[in-house]
Design a protein around this ligand. Structure first.
Ligand code: HDE
Length: 705
């Protein structure tokens, strides 16, 4: 093909992106073995892959067996270092679309046109555990989004909590070392319930607010699809006129924010350690709703000082009551990865990946992250060419003089690999004034070079107290239990006492006292000199509470119907249909798999048996009608435990007709909240849907206490 004749006056090709741009690009890298013949990496066809080449049938293996050597060499090097943090994750493709142009705030191309769907790849993760750890541990969740925009990649690398443990990135290695397993024993895996974490946070009072979040129900999401996301730091949006606004990024799940019960989460970790991965995969596979809205809290630069705390302090959130969250666009996840390793493991997010119209602030945590994410990929992905990996490639062309290095794929054909040059016509040339070149915001900076923290970062407790005060009584009870659990696992009494005195007392003396009592301690009257005790009581922020449920729905929820020989198939089918109409996934669970004979000659197909199904993996449980079936189930210990666990974990439980005997046999109080019994299938279904839409009936937890 003749090369395009270009001069410096030739305008560059317009850069547009469509919804399938990333998939089209990935398609060129996919390999499909269907109907093909096995080859070596060199494309040589292989006739036998089961026996190595020997000198005689019982003789030694020959070095010339290139297939053996290649196969074993490739196997030996299949593993790459897992992420230092956020090692365990799940990913999905989708798109992002603004509701209307955000030109007033930002010039970013992907924020201008509501018709444009920008491809995205999202990776959700836990933080502490290794790659093979369980999904439902108590932990922060990562929420990282890569937008493949028409101006290059923008990565919004956030968490499901709006604040962080530390104020300056230089403490991140200390925090992570303290959180991770003990270096001598590599115990415990994927949890903070151990001495070093509590030792660190009790000596780091700036962590008080984040500790409240991590001990709250937010650290036990029901699903990746049911948690919020936050950019944490304050960023900047800059419009075409160069006007900057400060911004906090939010993701709001359309399915609401919901949490597991702590005991439930622990049990799921054993029964289905892939619970969140599976949930995401199955939801996308069944074309269920996986959608979030992008929210912005926008603050004019001149208003930055008016909130009484520093917007650059990542241990502070901006209460929604002070600056409402504007919902500006939708993120839809609708495609599972083709290959976990190539996509979810090799994706390299980088906080520094921004596009024109989005800029940073001087948040010292953010500043350290700007270095870390690029740097970490050198070790993790084995060199500087990781941006060429299919999942990381932008969908717009890349032209620069960054050449060579391990694993280089691009064949640069230019006559010169430096600038300025004349032999290559001066290309690739920098963008002209109206060609979308990234221009860093001009900012006046002055001051002494110091290793010091801004005095405006000194209040560590006001917002921790605000968060606690915003929790409903049951959420507060969960938080208190979580502290008692975690600190109960701490061996050092000195550390436990310090947490109570230094972290909890300044937040809330009553909390400190309750936790101290559970630990057999009493809060000390003497205060340490560390940290500043909050002076002002901030008003509670109701949006920080997950209770009450704001938009009840059973969509995508898992409902189990227990049935045995002699159940009433007709009413079971009616309620099942009603639940499915509401978008729920309904499974019939019986003593054994296969068709369960109905007393009315209508059989119901059991897809799980009491042996294979776990109550903790469902959101709601009910028992089918039928005298004979109910007698069988009431006498079955597994069935009773199935119901008792669901009841204990505050889920909606119910029974049609005679099924109520099974509930009673399982110890269910038929009069308590979230227990639905009834004769008429249609009325029962409506009541059950309303109850299950409430997610959990936490009031039962209080009764237990
Ligand atoms: Fe990260 N973080 N982080 N982090 N982080 C990484 O990058 C780091 C922080 C977050 O799914 C690493 O590619 C430092 C805050 C997510 O691939 C590493 C500091 C927030 C993910 C790293 C922070 C995050 C990471 C590990 C303090 C919420 C997973 C491997 C200055 C806003 C992304 C990698 C994925 C991953 C460093 C603090 C979110 C080591 C130094 C605050 C969601 O570079």
């Amino acid at each position: 093909m003749p090369s395009r004749r270009v001069s410096k006056d030739t305008p560059p090709a317009p850069r547009t992106v469509h919804r399938d741009a990333k998939q089209d690009q990935l398609a060129g890298f996919r390999e499909d073995p269907a109907g093909e013949i096995l080859t070596t990496d060199q494309g040589v066809r292989i006739a036998n892959t089961d026996d190595s080449l020997h000198a005689g049938e019982s003789g030694p293996t020959l070095l010339e067996d290139f297939h053996l050597r290649e196969k074993i060499m490739r196997f030996d090097h299949e593993r790459i270092p897992e992420r230092v943090v956020h090692a365990r994750g799940a990913g999905a493709h989708g798109y992002f679309q603004v509701y209307s142009s955000l030109a007033g705030y930002s010039s970013a191309g992907f924020l201008q046109d509501p018709e444009v769907k920008t491809p995205v790849f999202v990776r959700f993760s836990t933080v502490v555990g290794s790659r093979g750890s369980a999904d439902t541990v108590r932990d922060v969740r990562g929420f990282a989004v890569k937008f493949y925009t028409n101006e290059g990649n923008f990565d919004l690398v956030g968490n499901n909590m709006p604040v962080f443990f530390i104020q300056d990135g230089i403490k991140f290695p200390d925090l992570v070392h303290a959180l991770k397993p003990n270096p001598r024993k590599e115990i415990p895996q994927a949890q903070s319930a151990h001495d070093s974490f509590w030792d660190f946070v009790s000596l780091t009072p700036e962590s008080a607010h984040m500790v409240m979040w991590v001990m709250s129900d937010r650290s036990l999401p029901r699903s990746y699809r049911m948690m919020e996301g936050f950019g944490v730091h304050t960023f900047r949006l800059i419009n075409a006129k160069g006007v900057a606004h400060l911004v906090k990024f939010h993701w709001k799940p359309l399915l609401g924010v919901h949490a597991l019960a702590w005991e439930e989460a622990q049990q799921i970790a054993g029964k289905d350690p892939d619970f969140h991965r599976r949930d995401l995969w199955e939801a996308i596979d069944s074309e269920a709703l996986v959608e979030f809205e992008l929210g912005l809290q926008v603050v004019a630069e001149e208003d930055a000082q008016k909130f009484g705390f520093d917007l650059l302090d990542p241990t502070k959130l901006l209460p929604e009551e002070l600056v409402p969250v504007e919902r500006v666009g939708r993120l839809v996840l609708d495609r599972n990865p083709t290959n976990y390793f190539a996509e979810v493991e090799q994706v390299a997010f980088c906080v520094g990946n921004v596009v024109p119209g989005i800029d940073f602030t001087n948040d010292p945590l953010l500043q350290a992250r700007l270095f870390s994410y690029l740097d970490t990929q050198i070790t993790r992905l084995g060199g500087p060419n990781f941006a060429e990996l299919p999942i990381n490639r932008p969908v717009v062309p890349v032209h620069n003089n960054q050449h060579d290095g391990f694993g280089r794929q691009t064949l640069n054909t230019g006559a010169a690999n430096y600038l300025p040059n004349s032999v290559g016509g001066g290309f690739p040339r920098p963008a002209g004034p109206h060609e979308g070149g990234y221009a860093h915001r001009t900012e006046r900076v002055s001051g002494h070079v110091v290793r010091a923290r801004s005095p405006s970062f000194a209040d560590h407790f006001s917002q921790a107290r605000m968060f606690l005060a915003s929790q409903s009584p049951i959420e507060r009870a969960h938080l208190t239990d979580a502290l008692a659990f975690e600190l109960g696992k701490v061996q050092s009494e000195v550390v436990r006492q310090r947490v109570v005195d230094v972290l909890l007392m300044p937040v809330d003396p009553q909390l400190a006292e309750t936790v101290a009592r559970a630990l057999g301690l009493s809060p000390s009257s003497k205060r340490t000199s560390q940290g500043t005790v909050a002076n002002a009581g901030l008003p509670p922020s109701p949006t920080l509470s997950l209770v009450p449920v704001r938009n009840p729905t059973i969509a995508t929820r898992r409902i189990a119907i227990l049935a045995a020989l002699g159940h009433i198939g007709r009413s079971l089918a009616t309620v099942k249909r009603a639940f499915e109409k509401g978008g729920a996934n309904v499974e019939i669970v019986a003593p054994s798999l296969g068709a369960v004979k109905g007393a009315d000659e209508i059989d119901s197909p059991a897809v799980c048996s009491l042996l294979t199904a776990a109550s903790v993996t469902y959101d709601a449980v009910l028992v089918a009608d039928g005298e004979a079936s109910s007698l069988v189930l009431a006498a079955n210990e597994d069935a009773r435990r199935f119901i008792a666990e669901a009841y204990r974990h505050c889920k909606t439980v119910g029974a049609l007709g005679a099924g109520d005997q099974v509930l009673t046999a399982a110890g269910v109080d038929l009069a308590s909240e979230g227990v639905v019994v009834g004769e008429s299938a249609a009325t029962f279904a409506a009541a059950f849907i309303a109850a299950a839409g409430q997610h959990r009936h936490w009031a039962r937890d209080r009764q237990r206490a």
